[in-house]
Design a binder for this molecule. Sequence first.
Ligand SMILES: C[S@@+](CC[C@H](N)C(=O)[O-])C[C@H]1O[C@@H](n2cnc3c(N)ncnc32)[C@H](O)[C@@H]1O
Length: 401
Amino acid sequence: MSPARRDPAPGERSTPAAPAASGVPAAVAADVRRHGPVPLDRVLERALYDPASGFYETGGRAGARAGDFLTSPEVGGLFGAVVARALDGWWRAMEAPDPFVVVEAGAGPGTLARTVLAAGPECAPALRYVLVERSAAQRRLHAEKLRLEDPALAFAPVDPDTEAPVPGSPVGPICVSLAELPRVAGPAVVLANELLDNLPFGLAERGGDGWREVRVDLAAAPDGRERLAERTVPLDAERAELLDRLVPEARAGARVPLQDAARAWLRDALALAGPRGRVVVVDYAATTAELAARPQQEWVRTYRAHARGGGPLDDLGLQDVTCEVAVDQLALIRHPSSEMTQADWLLAHGIEDLVAAARATWAERAHLGDLAALTARSRITEADALLDPVGLGGFRVLEWA
Ligand SMILES: C[S@@+](CC[C@H](N)C(=O)[O-])C[C@H]1O[C@@H](n2cnc3c(N)ncnc32)[C@H](O)[C@@H]1O
């Protein structure tokens, strides 16, 4: 079907004109001409991950200096040090398997992997650390920070009877970098820090007569040029029924995300973790009903060069587009076995011990001003950022164990 070109109809919201240049906006416009109004997830898939012009393939990334936004691993080494302690705890609880496979999904530039290894976890000799990052541009950064091995080494054969590595297996830590989740049976620990908010999502809006899907269409701007605009169409019955269950009291005009990609990811991650493994997701999250009660611009956030960007259809390919994770949509796959704030999770895994050690080092060495002293001082301030209840400390940590 080919949509008619037209002025925005009453009630149709249009966004500022997309750049007429080639790249993502042009590809989206071509898609709309060919297929009619397209789901937002399809547009975001291109905007974020198109191999030629997607945000994450053209330099977009997490990071303090080189990046566009700050994540917990990018605050400094403290977050990775706490994750290393958590890994040791889970490893011991699993009776110290060797190999111990840890898969970090959405690994970005590899900072969490680097800081986990720098903390020297006890499980290191057994550790097979698999970084999974779909952006080729970011995978290239892994080799700059880590000694990478052939992926086959991460899944070295084990004796099926004893589950011990066959003789001659390499000693860890072994790091490998992959473009997608490996299709191997667990057990594995699967970690994802701020991945799910970055998976393409759709949008639904409560209309007077039921749920509607917010799609992306073309409309004529006053200057006669085409622009991308939102257009709502009836939502399919299955997802409308689901939203009626999750948000029975939605007011007309309320919007919610449709997180099919996040659900599919969780299904794959649980299969990879296996019954003895664990999936750990850290992200900003809420229930679908909580999101429905808030304006969309609060839970769909865009970032570029450490500043908030415009609407999700603005500057396609040039800004990050993220969405708060709807926990109850994930729970449709399986209920998490625990959910807490990042602050509580870090406290449960010993951040206070690490900060106390840093304070002691600072007290002893401040007068020297050496690297150990400066690292210790930095850890103390990192803790404030990671535990801040209205910042990173307020993120949710969901575990399926
Ligand atoms: C917000 S960044 C977070 C990076 C890192 N985890 C951190 O906390 O700094 C999300 C990353 O997930 C990657 N990504 C998105 N979808 C992915 C997928 N299906 N598999 C692996 N990586 C993915 C993106 O390319 C991006 O690098």
